[in-house]
Design a binder for this molecule. Sequence first.
Ligand SMILES: NC(=O)c1ccc[n+]([C@@H]2O[C@H](COP(=O)([O-])OP(=O)(O)OC[C@H]3O[C@@H](n4cnc5c(N)ncnc54)[C@H](O)[C@@H]3O)[C@@H](O)[C@H]2O)c1
Ligand SMILES: O=c1ccn([C@@H]2O[C@H](COP(=O)(O)OP(=O)(O)O[C@H]3O[C@H](CO)[C@@H](O)[C@H](O)[C@H]3O)[C@@H](O)[C@H]2O)c(=O)[nH]1
Length: 318
Amino acid sequence: MKLLVTGGAGYIGSVVGSQLVAAGHEVVVLDDLLTGHDDAVPDGARFVRAGLDAAGDVLDGSFDAVLHFAARSLVGQSVAEPQLYWWNNVVGTLRLLDAMRAAGVRRLVFSSTAAAYGQPGVSPITEDTPAVPINPYGQSKLAVDHMLAGEARAHGLAAVSLRYFNVGGALGRHGERHDPETHLIPNVLMVPAGRRDAVDVFGSDYPTPDGTAVRDYLHVEDLGRAHLLALDWTGSAEAAGEHRVYNLGSGTGYSVREVVEAVRRVTGHPVPTRDRERRPGDPPVLVASAERIAADLGWRPEHALETIVEDAWRFLRS
Ligand SMILES: NC(=O)c1ccc[n+]([C@@H]2O[C@H](COP(=O)([O-])OP(=O)(O)OC[C@H]3O[C@@H](n4cnc5c(N)ncnc54)[C@H](O)[C@@H]3O)[C@@H](O)[C@H]2O)c1
Ligand SMILES: O=c1ccn([C@@H]2O[C@H](COP(=O)(O)OP(=O)(O)O[C@H]3O[C@H](CO)[C@@H](O)[C@H](O)[C@H]3O)[C@@H](O)[C@H]2O)c(=O)[nH]1
């Protein structure tokens, strides 16, 4: 297939883009390098350095589908500068959908997020758990989920929103390179890498077994496989005019201290920690039920936390 991958110079988009090339697809990356890197564009993909506003210039009837990763995704920034999130994530996606409709491209896989659920207070979280996001980042992603449902109903789009929980690890030369880095695993690894003295633990008084926040970590390679399955589904006879939502997680929660412990095991280095205040907007526990995508599309994650940390460590050292 000929595929447009928005955000394909970023972390997850470059991993999935490389899996799509490896599967034999023709990939065009649309990315304005807001947070991405031109050297992350997958080998074999064509790169158009432009924003979502330019989707109409790129898309034509020769494309079969779009995988839409491009977004702003920093929770704290979304609270401080919410307008950036409405313009980029919502208006940008609206422009993309207009361009897809005009070009007759009727298949889409979208990066939604566990942040759409807010602080649900139930574990595990299913797709039927009410989605009540608590920050503009999650709200902007949930708005797009609703946009896709309407586009499917009205105009026959086949769309999948994949609600990722915490993504980690690396695949080949593609991994996480954010500046600033806010994610836990790369931040903890910076201690053994010699780039930091200690890791900050945001909150040690949560109602969890060791007092630190619990998250569901998923290997980016497993995440990518789910995109290929979702893409296949959008081409099935039943998909036209349908929008589906699937959680992507492992179903297992690990605390911040357990992640630090995994980094110590994998790297063999001591990792000093400093207890800090809770980070505003962080829920105590987010663990996915991914039973729906297992039942519908046969997807199951294969990599455990240890492999996620090992691959992220290998990537950081390279
Ligand atoms: N990393 C996670 O744990 C996680 C969890 C849940 C959801 N997500 C979602 O997955 C997607 C990818 O996340 P990531 O961690 O790879 O982020 P990333 O910042 O590494 O990648 C995003 C890419 O999109 C590009 N981009 C942003 N706005 C654009 C625009 N308007 N036009 C063109 N390109 C644009 C950036 O330059 C970057 O290359 C995002 O939509 C994010 O919200 C990520
Ligand atoms: O240096 C650090 C970094 C993080 N944390 C904590 O570690 C946990 C995980 O944090 P992080 O890796 O930043 O992920 P989340 O805040 O859980 O958010 C990620 O996972 C969400 C889904 O669960 C997605 O919606 C977001 O886009 C994605 O950034 C949280 O409790 C943080 O407070 C620390 O204690 N120290």
